[in-house]
Design a protein around this ligand. Structure first.
Ligand SMILES: Cc1ncc(COP(=O)(O)O)c(C=O)c1O
Length: 426
């Protein structure tokens, strides 16, 4: 007998869908097509030789440990490395606050598993990272979305959404995916204060923070939250309360990853949270994959220990900045009037806004015909709007390809605008 599998699927799978971006990436694998669609880092920057040498050292010196089952929390020297690295950004954690995850995508799923009951409301930016929506839809979350502008989520519109009683807020403070925008300092402070006032925790997802090309680094929400709690406690005459010295007893869970600074194929990310939350996530992760690959953690640690990572990240910043400049420079010359875009100070993406009457999804097949691809914006909007936006990735293609791809795209957009202008006058 053949099992009718679809009748056996759990109810929660009804809202699961494959990511449009992943489906699209399949279509863009044709030769000659210049794709600005994926969120792919530049492959020529992957430290292949360093990994090869590190893998050999790990296998030679600790081979049986690297190939054995290991603890769910993650490889301690790697967690210690992360703690030290984060301290440069003001985050005061201990290894017990850190859980190594199989990419930060797994951390998002863990958060879903841990926090979301069917029908729970999650507050996101509008637009937001599609992978988070995908992960949390599987737990039957509902979304309330607050618009972003050039300075990130519009905090003045937040209170109304907070009144709806969301379980948590999901915020991408640096070079947001897909918008490319950064949450300003003032808004960070206002956001943290509102989270505290309404008792709504924040999931701070920060895969791109280290890839800042210009301007000043801004403090993570987790740092501002800890400062606020300490100030409040001091004002109340309480000093620090308990074991976590102001950090990680507050309102923020912080996520980051080595996907954009080393290589996404490692599937190596981390979560920073209060110890009690880490403990629960460890239990949840055990049901998923027992632990993140011991071998990969050890090789990654062997590669980055010492001063390799900061040097490597400096190089990535240089290359991506040049590519962003080539992309924006070419857009300025080649895109027809009436189209605007964000000007990211770091990260991998910029965000294009077409005139209201154009639909980016309808333009995409025409762009693919001309051998250039982007990601239409609607999928990033939990509220179903966003038809006249699309996302461009500038990290993956070489500068000459960026120039050529943007020229092709400029021609497609000019034709679309001409066509709609003709219709308007017809
Ligand atoms: C905002 C955001 N969060 C999480 C992820 C997932 O990253 P990882 O490769 O660490 O799973 C991405 C990847 O593009 C992302 O943009």
């Amino acid at each position: 007998m053949t099992t009718p599998w679809t009748q056996r699927y759990a109810q929660r799978t009804q809202r699961m869908g494959s990511s449009m971006i992943r489906e699209l990436l399949k279509m863009t694998e044709q030769p000659d097509l210049i794709s600005f669609a994926g969120g792919l880092p530049a492959p020529e920057l992957f430290p292949v030789a360093e990994f090869e040498a590190a893998a050999q050292r790990v296998l030679k010196q600790h081979g049986s440990k690297a190939l054995q089952y290991s603890t769910t929390e993650g490889y301690l020297p790697l967690r210690e490395f992360i703690v030290e690295k984060m301290s440069h950004y003001g985050i005061q954690a201990t290894p017990e606050n850190v859980l190594i995850t199989s990419g930060s995508q797994q951390a998002l799923d863990l958060i879903g598993k841990l926090l979301i009951n069917s029908g729970d409301l999650i507050l996101t930016e509008n637009p937001t990272y599609l992978g988070a929506l995908q992960a949390w839809r599987a737990y039957q979350a509902e979304f309330t979305a607050v618009p972003i502008d050039d300075n990130g989520i519009q905090v003045d519109l937040l209170e109304e959404a907070l009144c709806g009683g969301p379980k948590f807020m999901y915020i991408l403070p640096n070079f947001q995916n897909p918008g490319g925008v950064t949450l300003s300092y003032d808004r960070r402070q206002a956001l943290v204060a509102l989270a505290d006032r309404y008792g709504v925790p924040i999931i701070e997802d920060d895969p791109y923070g280290e890839l800042r090309f210009e301007g000043n680094h801004l403090p993570p929400l987790v740092v501002l939250d800890a400062e606020k709690l300490n100030d409040d406690a001091r004002a109340a005459g309480n000093g620090h309360n308990g074991d976590e010295a102001g950090f990680f007893r507050g309102n923020v869970i912080y996520l980051s990853t080595f996907s954009k600074t080393l290589a996404p194929g490692l599937r190596l990310g981390w979560m920073v949270a209060p110890k009690s939350v880490i403990k629960r996530c460890v239990q949840a992760k055990q049901g998923m994959d027992l632990h993140t690959s011991s071998f990969v953690q050890m090789v990654a640690h062997e590669t980055i220990k010492g001063d390799f990572l900061p040097r490597h990240v400096r190089r990535i910043r240089q290359v991506y900045k040049e590519r962003r400049d080539v992309m924006i420079g070419t857009m300025l010359r080649q895109f027809p009037p009436g189209i605007i875009w964000t000007w990211p100070e770091g990260g991998l993406f910029l965000w294009v806004t077409l005139p209201e009457w154009l639909d980016a999804a309808a333009i995409l097949p025409k762009a693919i015909e001309k051998k250039v691809a982007f990601v239409p914006g609607a999928a990033f909007y939990p509220d179903g709007t966003g038809h006249n936006h699309f996302r461009l990735n500038f990290s993956n293609a070489q500068p000459d390809q960026i120039e050529e791809g943007i020229k092709r795209l400029g021609r497609v957009l000019a034709q679309e605008l001409e066509k709609t202008a003709e219709l308007a006058y017809a």
